[in-house]
Design a protein around this ligand. Structure first.
Ligand SMILES: Nc1ncnc2c1ncn2[C@@H]1O[C@H](COP(=O)(O)OP(=O)(O)OP(=O)(O)O)[C@@H](O)[C@H]1O
Length: 220
């Protein structure tokens, strides 16, 4: 017959593990993200436009109000600087923020950044019947459930179909209440169409104080 499993040097299974309290690796990683002290302190150095956006986002967080915010601005206007300040401060209050970008370069620029396709398990070649490959028991599903804020940089590069897949086939099929969180979309180019698509796809009945903000002060 086959080999005995005890002959392999495998970790022993603990029969007393209570699966209800097992934290998934992805969730644990997001919760244990370490931020530079300078990111936490960056809020004290924001220019008036960045500060306005920062205060709005934190207002949503502190009052637990969902919404969609769209920040756009040409290169050098401090978008990444603002996200870093937001991320560090949101996480310091014990919330989870998922950071995604449509491009790999942009994802690498942000702490914990992942390419959207990888985060939401969207196939690279999207077709009408494409689905997100996330199972209900997976760590990704737990992470989506836990996320209070979802930042999507270079969002204007996303295809309309990607939004549909994430909205209908990812959040809804996983029974994750996607409208109970704050989306922050950012891009180098103004894309109001994208903003309204998100508002419509995510079916925000009340988009209280959700907004489009253009950064114009060059910080370089
Ligand atoms: N409020 C600020 N105080 C001091 N430095 C700042 C501030 N905002 C941004 N900067 C600096 O300005 C430079 C450009 O900022 P950042 O990279 O965030 O811009 P960006 O809009 O994301 O640019 P791009 O679209 O090209 O990625 C960086 O060196 C950043 O540290």
């Amino acid at each position: 017959m086959g080999d005995n499993i005890d002959d392999f040097d495998l970790p022993k299974i603990n029969q007393n593990v209570n699966l209800e309290f097992v934290v998934f690796r992805d969730v644990e990683e997001e919760f244990s993200m370490v931020f530079e002290p300078e990111h936490l302190q960056a809020r004290d150095f924001l220019n008036p436009e960045q500060k306005f956006m920062y205060d709005e986002v934190m207002w949503h967080i502190h009052n637990d109000i969902p919404g969609v915010s769209f920040i756009d601005g040409p290169g050098g206007t401090g978008k990444i600087f603002l996200y870093k300040a937001l991320l560090a401060n949101i996480c310091s209050f014990g919330h989870t923020a998922l950071v995604n970008a449509s491009s790999g370069v942009a994802a690498n620029n942000m702490p914990g950044g992942r390419i959207t396709n990888s985060r939401f398990k969207i196939p690279l070649n999207l077709e009408n019947n494409s689905v997100c490959k996330i199972s209900r028991q997976s760590d990704t599903a737990q992470l989506l459930q836990a996320a209070k804020v979802i930042i999507w940089d270079t969002a204007s590069m996303a295809k309309r179909h990607e939004l549909e897949v994430i909205s209908d086939k990812c959040f809804r099929s996983l029974d994750v209440e996607h409208k109970h969180r704050l989306w922050i979309l950012t891009s180098n180019v103004a894309s109001l169409v994208l903003y309204y698509q998100v508002v419509i796809y995510y079916k925000y009945e009340s988009i209280n104080r959700s907004m489009v903000l253009r950064l114009s002060i060059t910080c370089r």
